[in-house]
Design a protein around this ligand. Sequence first.
Ligand SMILES: Nc1ncnc2c1ncn2[C@@H]1O[C@H](COP(=O)(O)OP(=O)(O)OP(=O)(O)O)[C@@H](O)[C@H]1O
Length: 236
Amino acid sequence: MLSLKDVHTYYGHSHILQGVDFSVEEGECVALLGRNGAGKTTTIHTIAGLTPAKKGNIHFNGKEIGAFPPHHISKEHLALVPQGKRVFKSLTIKENLLMPSRPTKHKKEGLKHWTIDEVYKLFPVLKKYEQNMGNELSGGQQQMLAIGRALVTNPIFVLMDEPSEGLAPVIIDQITDIINDLKKTGLSILVVEQNLKLACDVADRVLVMNKGTIVWEGAPDALLRNEEVLQKYLGV
Ligand SMILES: Nc1ncnc2c1ncn2[C@@H]1O[C@H](COP(=O)(O)OP(=O)(O)OP(=O)(O)O)[C@@H](O)[C@H]1O
């Protein structure tokens, strides 16, 4: 469904992604792990068109999207849950969900149709506080709203950038359960994480990134047994 081949991305003269190769199959949840500064967010931003690659190919759902601007990429039903949640703090929860909401336009069989009411069923707390402003929400509620904002675009693929960032362990457990519930709806997911436990609890497959390339790939339990990779690239 998504494949990157020899992707190179720069910030000015800084060569950040140095030949990234990986793929995500339809219905698969893949976690991208790595230390601070490894290039995980840059990878997600490159796929979403925010920091376009200078070289390489990005293929998504039958199309080459590497040269697409971000708004075209979102029209391909690829949604981003950004790092730091980025909800609109001066809008209510309901307004935050109404703004990106759009009907299902893709032709994928079996995927759930997300309305605001369906998002409220997944996150009852958002229904409870639907008239509250974004800035009145806790970190966990903001993350739920950020995920809800991606879902109401009715995507076939979701990119999540560090959904556990800044959250208490009990809330991280809730986010883990939510990602596992989303997997069951047939969504394809790429989740960038620093949190090894969350990544291994949700992923079918894990990628480890270091200095702008993928240095290891395998099943979560194989990673958890691989002390060398854990120590060398994740500092565990
Ligand atoms: N806008 C920018 N301009 C210049 N350099 C940047 C910019 N954003 C990120 N970088 C650099 O690119 C490298 C990769 O950053 P990136 O944010 O992709 O890493 P990351 O693996 O997501 O780490 P983190 O978990 O800290 O976000 C880092 O060296 C970072 O300093």
